[in-house]
Design a protein around this ligand. Structure first.
Ligand code: FES
Length: 109
């Protein structure tokens, strides 16, 4: 599926799989490991890999709009991917999200 803008849109989950705020859902999209997160009424998608030492963020939980890596406790803003707590310093990649009916799509390059 492609949109008018550049990049490929790939389905990563059903909206019904991520109904409650704080939902964390691991998905794979064309070789990209992605963590789909619902925070309040919005869906976000981040690279499912902590920038500290390569650990899946999808094992963690979300609080105050931040996902915590359970390995060493780093946190990332789910909206921007910015590291908000040490030991991570570098951000994680975020993906544009589009909802189409019950399907969640992310945009790859
Ligand atoms: S691997 Fe995530 S905080 Fe260390």
């Amino acid at each position: 599926m492609t949109g008018p803008d550049a990049g490929t849109w790939v389905r990563v989950a059903a909206l019904s799989q991520c109904v409650e705020s704080g939902c964390v859902h691991a998905a794979s999209a064309h070789g990209h490991e992605v963590v789909v997160i619902r925070w309040e009424d919005e869906i976000f998608a981040l690279e499912d890999n902590c920038s500290h030492q390569d650990y899946p963020l999808s094992d963690g939980s979300v609080e105050d709009g931040q996902i915590e890596c359970i390995f060493h406790g780093a946190k990332f803003d789910v909206r921007t991917g910015k590291a908000t707590q040490l030991p991570a310093i570098k951000p994680v990649r975020t993906y544009p999200v589009r909802i189409d009916g019950d399907e969640i799509f992310i945009q790859l390059d």
